[in-house]
Design a protein around this ligand. Structure first.
Ligand code: SF4
Length: 384
């Protein structure tokens, strides 16, 4: 009779980069700001195992958010025909993307869509309006929308993205009950002129400062993959820390046909995960959202994005289709997370029909074959 092999008691080598990652987490939990050299190593040092980083980032995420996942649903409340030239945007005047433009939705439609978002487990409802920025009259209209949504769904957090704002307009929205204002910085100061010429980086920073002065929380993020260097992403991560952004949507450029900027650069699943870890370590208590492009760019690592990130979008992005709801709910539930808010992810998932070959094929499209533009039915599910 042969002797069974004895258990291997040789200690495993330490996870490559484990000590570095553990120190990042300890510093973040102790309130020690992330330094630029360490920040750059997160993105560039391939000796540091990306899973060691994600695990360490999870200890920070867990400290602030436990196993909760904040689901955000976007309402594209006014689509296209924007006079600005942001080269990544399907709504820009310079884009030939095949989107379906429409003027601002009325309050009834917005309210009906807010109800749908609440029922789908949204923690936050984000109304997005294309354009450079609202007039005073339009700001009053938006304030009315905010008031109506807050009155009907008090537990639903409300965010508005409406372009450039000054102190007065931010104050009007704050008084209406707005929780958070979104205005992404998108890239580094040095690169801003390469992606947009109709407004400046400082215009964007000033909008965030106006929001802060009005007492609004700020949501400001980025689009990785626009040709920026790792150092530029570091600069942005540290700038958002300085600005104390409460929420950071981390978008990954999607290759929309017809956009000026239609080709993502340098994004692998592991690099995207590093980017999410960078923003978590630089902004330990911020909502870090794995935003546009999670399906397309994270691919097999998509569930792992919930280690550094505590939030995601459901039902796609402004004009880009995302994963089907059931698939996203299942991803959250399978990883042992649950939703923040009034709903349970298992119940929401089980209330939907099981995956079909068609839905599985649609999910595969999102990860391999490109991006799909939303149809009018998807953009305006409550159209009167
Ligand atoms: S990002 Fe906003 S301001 Fe820029 S083109 Fe798109 S809708 Fe217009």
């Amino acid at each position: 009779m042969s002797t069974p092999p004895s258990p291997n008691t040789t200690p495993h080598a330490a996870l490559p980069g484990g000590a570095f990652a553990t120190r990042l987490a300890a510093d973040a939990l102790a309130g020690q700001p992330l330094g630029p050299d360490d920040a750059l190593r997160i993105l560039t040092d391939e000796q540091i195992d990306v899973f060691a980083l994600a695990h360490a980032a999870y200890t920070v995420r867990h400290h602030h958010f436990g196993r909760g996942v904040q689901v955000h649903i976007l309402n594209n409340a006014q689509n296209g025909r924007c006079p600005e030239d942001c080269s990544y945007c399907t709504q820009a005047k310079t884009s030939d993307a095949d989107i379906e433009p429409y003027p601002i939705k009325n309050q009834e439609e917005v309210l009906a869509e807010a109800g749908r978002a609440y029922d789908a487990g949204a923690h936050r409802y984000c109304m997005v309006f294309s354009g450079r920025g609202p007039t005073e009259k339009r700001t009053q209209q938006l304030a009315g929308y905010v008031r109506a949504v807050k009155d009907k769904y008090p537990s639903l957090e409300v965010c508005v993205s409406a372009g450039l704002l000054d102190d007065e307009k931010a104050q009007v929205l704050k008084l209406a009950g707005l929780d958070r204002l979104n205005h992404n910085l998108n890239t580094s100061r040095a690169r801003y002129g390469d992606i947009c010429t109709t407004h400046t980086y400082d215009d964007r920073v000033n909008t965030l400062l106006s929001a802060k002065r009005a007492g609004l929380q700020t949501c400001s993020g980025l689009i990785a993959g626009m040709g920026e260097s790792p150092g530029e992403l570091v600069e942005l991560a540290l700038t958002l820390a300085e600005l104390k952004a409460e929420s950071i949507p981390v978008n990954f450029l999607l290759p929309f046909e017809g956009n000026v900027l239609d080709t993502p650069h340098g994004l692998t699943p592991a690099y995207c995960l590093r980017v999410l870890c960078l923003f978590r370590f630089a902004n330990p208590s911020a909502d870090v959202r794995c935003a546009a492009g999670r399906e397309y760019h994270l691919r097999g690592l998509e569930p792992v994005s919930l280690l550094p990130a505590n939030s995601l979008f459901l039902d796609g992005y402004l004009n880009g289709r995302g994963a089907e709801r059931r698939r996203t709910y299942a991803m959250i539930a399978d990883a042992g997370f649950d939703l923040v808010g009034d709903h349970c992810v298992d119940e929401l998932r089980d209330a939907l029909p099981a995956d079909t070959p068609a839905s599985t094929a649609a999910a595969a499209d999102l990860t391999h074959d490109g991006v799909a533009i939303k149809t009018m039915d998807e953009l305006r599910p409550a159209r009167p």
